[in-house]
Design a binder for this molecule. Structure first.
Ligand code: ADP
Ligand code: MG
Length: 250
């Protein structure tokens, strides 16, 4: 359903990602590991279609359609959503109004209030988006907005960063709801790609495949828990060896 083929991405003319291949099937959740600066956020921004992230080679297909050149709003309409690592504050727009806009015909006051309750955001609904929110509140707000939008493919950029241990279980719940994890695996439609730095989110959300990104390249596809254990025990250096073996030279 999401097919990324030989994707290279540049920012301001500087190549950041090289030859990325990644497929996510219907109903699947995949996880992306990698040290700071390896290009994880760049990959998500390129999939979402932010113009600063220029695709210099390769293509992105979603539901069989080539979306490589589509603007971000059209990708959102096709069913792609993203929770940002550091989302901006939006002065003058109430969180409630954003939910209302995301839900379109599906939204009414009762539904929105219920959703806010579910995300423990009731007190924050009438505040401006992310204005003065704590780290955990920002992440819960992001996930609540996504639950209003209901994308088929959700990209999560470090959903657990800045979240305390009490809130991480709730974050996990909201992600599971977004990814249809409560449905039987065969009837699951929604897909996810989760960037995690610490791997903590894997205690709450099941994922099928993990990848390690290093210096703008991807490799070491495998069981996410095994990859995480290797990183914890041996560091990313061990993954460099893995990369050397698994990625064909350009
Ligand atoms: P990660 O999310 O894995 O920490 P990023 O995708 O944010 O990595 O960054 C990858 C590389 O791209 C880094 O070297 C970073 O400095 C560079 N980079 C990211 N955003 C920009 C930008 N807006 N302008 C220039 N370089 C950038
Ligand atoms: Mg990042």
């Amino acid at each position: 359903m999401l097919e990324i083929k030989q994707l290279s991405v540049a920012i301001d003319g500087m190549e950041i990602l090289q030859g990325i291949n990644l497929d996510i099937g219907t109903g699947e959740t995949h996880v992306l590991f990698g040290p700071n600066g390896s290009g994880k956020t760049t990959l998500l921004m390129a999939i979402m279609g932010f113009p600063r992230y220029q695709v210099t080679k390769g293509s992105i297909l979603f539901k069989g359609k080539d979306i490589t050149k589509l603007p971000v709003d059209e990708r959102a309409r096709l069913g792609i959503g993203m929770s940002f690592q550091r989302p901006p504050v939006v002065r003058g727009v109430k969180t409630r109004d954003m939910l209302d806009a995301s839900m379109g015909d599906r939204g009414d006051k009762v539904t929105i209030d219920k959703l806010a309750e579910r995300a423990n955001m009731t007190e924050l609904l009438d505040r401006e988006i992310n204005y003065g929110f704590s780290g955990g509140e920002i992440k819960r707000s992001e996930l609540m907005q996504l639950l209003a939008q209901r994308p088929e493919l959700t990209l999560f950029d470090e959903p657990e960063s800045g979240v305390d241990l009490v809130n991480i279980a709730l974050i996990g719940d909201l992600i599971n709801e977004l990814l249809d994890k409560n449905c039987h695996i065969r009837t699951r439609k929604c897909m996810g790609l989760i960037i995690t730095h610490t791997g903590h989110i894997l205690d709450y959300v099941n994922a099928r495949t993990g990848y390690v990104m290093l210096d703008g390249r991807i490799g070491c596809a495998g069981d996410p828990h095994e990859i995480l254990a290797t990183i914890r025990e041996k560091g990313y250096e061990e993954c460099v060896k893995c990369l050397a073996g698994s990625v064909p030279s350009a």
